[in-house]
Design a protein around this ligand. Structure first.
Ligand SMILES: [Fe+2]
Ligand SMILES: [Fe+2]
Length: 287
């Protein structure tokens, strides 16, 4: 599959992934437009949340299947850290999604996504890793938008701001793990970019349909204000599209490596200033 030499720079090989238990209380619920009182952004983020329990389980299964094939002890530890972090994300987002269900929203595209995941079980370990790696690239870009100057959740209310910041921090911390596993198994360039194109199509379609469904159930779909909010968030001065495009396109470079965009510093300040927000599980040395 590989005709082009991939970059084997090990990136953040000196760091160890920390699993954290997030202190969060959904018992009081949260308002429907928890993100800046903006229906579009709130439902766009809600649509992502709906996808995590199924999607992140698929990511876990993809790397777990690769685990017996790995020989590098550091990489095996990274995979275990990745599984631990994604497992806690799934768990918290299940609680979040229960609140969304109580608000009258539902995971409309869930059966279609579940069918796709069942179908992917017939693919090779390397293909499932390439699909997961593409989703992780999207997640890493989204996380960077949350943590960086774009500050997509700065006007969110608590506990949602805490939840999305924590998730974005851990997505940033583990953004190269699946890539490193794929490289270690000899995954090549063409398989990597071909699955990115496939995932781009599905991710865009899923996001559009699920966000539209949430807005419809929310009674905000057919409003000019909602359309304006969407246009502003995607195409505004610091819009999602302009922010994401260079990061997205970087994946097509033959020597792409997730840590070539080194944004780990964005995670440290919040972790230091909000140590009361989480508990480190089985504290490991080296973080
Ligand atoms: Fe996650
Ligand atoms: Fe992830």
């Amino acid at each position: 599959m590989s005709g082009i030499e991939e970059n084997s720079v090990p990136g953040k090989s000196d760091t160890t992934l920390q699993v954290r238990h997030l202190h969060i209380d959904f018992s009081q619920g949260f308002p429907r437009h928890w993100l800046g009182n903006d229906a579009f952004r709130s439902q766009l983020f809600n649509a992502q949340s709906f996808s995590f329990p199924l999607g992140e389980q698929y990511f876990i299964d993809s790397v777990r299947a690769a685990l017996p094939l790995l020989t590098d002890e550091k990489l095996k530890a990274d995979v275990k850290g990745f599984i631990g972090q994604e497992s806690t994300h799934r768990h918290i987002h299940e609680q979040y999604n229960q609140q969304l269900n109580a608000q009258g929203l539902s995971y409309f595209i869930g059966p279609f996504v579940a069918w796709r995941i069942r179908t992917a079980a017939g693919l090779s370990v390397k293909n499932n890793l390439a699909i997961t790696m593409a989703y992780e690239h999207f997640t890493a870009i989204f996380a960077d938008g949350v943590l960086s100057d774009a500050k997509w959740v700065d006007d969110a209310i608590e506990p949602m701001k805490r939840l999305w910041t924590w998730h974005s921090i851990e997505e940033t911390e583990h953004k190269s793990v699946v890539f490193d596993v794929y490289q270690a198994l000899g995954g090549g360039y063409w398989r990597r970019v071909a699955w990115l194109l496939y995932v781009t199509m599905l991710f865009s379609l899923d996001t559009l349909v699920q966000t539209t469904h949430c807005l419809y159930r929310d009674g905000e779909l057919f409003k000019a204000k909602t359309l304006w909010q969407g246009l502003k968030f995607y195409f505004g001065r610091r819009g999602l599209l302009w922010f994401s495009l260079p990061h997205y396109l970087a994946y097509f470079k033959p020597g792409f490596q997730p840590w070539e965009h080194d944004n780990l510093h964005l995670t440290r300040q919040w972790l230091q200033e909000h140590s009361e927000a989480y508990r480190e599980i089985g504290k490991r040395v080296g973080t």
